[in-house]
Design a binder for this molecule. Structure first.
Ligand SMILES: [Zn+2]
Length: 212
């Protein structure tokens, strides 16, 4: 095995609190999303580079999994039932794929804010605009580390503090070339009332296998 110094350096990037980014991820690349301080959600979107009308689908993914909590080994399907991402490592095991990205409307309707923040939705829309992706194309995001508890009898949803602790992470592998949108979530309730950064790393497909 070649020494680690022969590999390209994997640079850790930071997403500032209440902000978002977009970038490309090539087929076979691995994206690791890290919660550096604990109890912080990151909204994740993935669109196909080949056709931006193809995007991750909560409905199809949860339907095919027959579960609402996804973890290591689970595929994330598109609106055309292709696998866009696969979860290959997960140190938490509790994420949400039911709720829409927080937005100015979320803060107006649920929190009663008169001057609402634009939320993950606004951050995703701004970050994805240079890729020609319009706000109306933004679906339910995969909400990494978001802890939504469901009452099995009534179906009532409760947003609880994330179970993630400092350093917890989830790694996704791209099954095709993707445009990724990623945020450090802006909703008080989702993040136990504190806005923190999110870190991420991209490991190219041609890099040697890593230890976590
Ligand atoms: Zn959010």
């Amino acid at each position: 095995m070649p020494p680690d110094t022969a590999l390209p350096p994997i640079r850790r990037q930071e997403i500032a609190p209440r902000s978002g980014v977009a970038f490309e991820l090539a087929k076979g690349d691995r994206l690791t999303i890290i919660d550096p301080k604990g109890e912080q959600v990151a909204d994740l979107l993935a669109f196909s580079v080949a056709d931006r009308d193809e995007v991750i689908s909560s409905g199809r993914t949860l339907d095919y999994a027959s579960r609402i909590y996804l973890t290591t080994g689970d595929p994330i399907y598109s609106n055309r039932s292709n696998v866009l991402l696969r979860i290959v490592e997960d140190t938490v095991g509790r994420h949400d794929f039911l709720l829409t990205p927080c937005s100015a409307d979320t803060f107006r309707i649920i929190y009663g804010d008169t001057h609402p923040h634009h939320g993950c939705f606004g951050n995703l829309a701004a970050a994805l605009a240079p890729y020609g992706i319009e706000p109306d194309r933004i679906p339910v995001a995969f909400n990494v580390f978001m802890n939504v508890v469901v009452n099995g009898e009534t179906g009532e949803l409760k947003v609880e503090p994330p179970l993630s602790r400092a350093g917890d992470h989830v790694t996704f592998e791209a099954e095709t070339d993707l445009i990724i949108g990623l945020t450090a979530c802006s909703a008080l309730q989702s993040n136990n009332n504190a806005f923190k950064p999110i870190h991420y790393e991209i490991r190219p497909a041609d890099a040697a296998p890593q230890s976590p």
